[in-house]
Design a protein around this ligand. Sequence first.
Ligand code: FAD
Length: 330
Amino acid sequence: MAGILILGEIEGDALGSITGELATVGQALAATSGDEVAVALLGGTPDSFAGDAIAAGADKVYTVADPLLADGQIDAYLSAFEQAVQQTSPSVVLIGKTELGRDLGPRLAFRMGVGVAQDCVELSVDESTGRVSALRPVYGGNAMAKVTFQGDGIQIAVVRPKTTEAPEPDTSRTGETQALSVELESSVIKARRVDTVTQASEGVRLEDATIVVSGGRGLGGEEPFETLAGLASMLGGAMGASRAACDAGWLDHSYQVGLTGKTITPDLYITVAISGASQHMAGCSGAKHVVAINRDQDANIFKSCSYGVVGDWNKVLPAFIETVSELINS
Ligand SMILES: Cc1cc2nc3c(=O)[nH]c(=O)nc-3n(C[C@H](O)[C@H](O)[C@H](O)COP(=O)(O)OP(=O)(O)OC[C@H]3O[C@@H](n4cnc5c(N)ncnc54)[C@H](O)[C@@H]3O)c2cc1C
């Protein structure tokens, strides 16, 4: 059987948004091939999320339940998902470039003796061969490469989160759910998770925020980020940062936006003292509107922004915050 198989992800007590994003990508590929889009849900009790996966765009859901899959051990996931792929024989496998997927994708490809397209930001079907083509950033985000799968083996693509919008759940969608049985031995688990540290975060998550305010190295230190955090919270958004600011130790790397940080797709992205290096822009190219404050009129960020202010943030930011505050309170 040919088809598209997605590695679904369950985050806590909800279906991970990457599952809906991949279902959207899968349905777009299937529009050409007519393939069925299936989601494999692995976990301790994955059945309860099957309806959500169908509402998110799956035509079919395969559930794989095993106690060894309950606590997210990658070796157990890899073994179970490999067996799910063998049993369902898809032509395309879609995996999110998440904490789990970025490792699982290449390991699965190696085991199956096929190639993998990592860090894809766009997938399409090559008209001449019918094979999947993937667009991926290369040379540290300075160029995009289009690669097309050759031969007739399984095509495995690891897709960057937030490059496609997850659809609003459509509860009127219907689909079949089928339980797969796999053989899992605890001996497959070579790496063990010894601890989980949950980072406390206030307000909206950076990846989910519709408004993000980010600061860069030009802020000169840790303290101005408190002002940015205040602005972000005033706007009901989240704060981000450039890698240079995180590397300087002013903020934790969980705030980093960019190629090696988080991909964000806010409606409004306000950058303060960020140069707009390609590696930073790779993480925010999906922002609908970019506002930039930078004292260098030739800064790269001005090529990508809808509104730009050339000036010292020390002068521009207080006036900006005052105006935002007036508008919010009026
Ligand atoms: C493989 C690789 C991956 C990378 N991944 C990432 C990534 O994920 N995210 C990321 O951000 N970077 C990433 N980088 C680093 C990236 O190339 C840049 O070095 C980084 O984004 C620069 O951060 P910045 O804009 O804060 O600092 P700078 O480039 O130092 O820019 C600071 C800006 O602040 C402005 N400024 C200074 N003072 C003021 C002032 N008083 N008022 C107003 N403006 C002022 C300056 O004009 C300048 O434009 C990566 C690099 C590589 C090689």
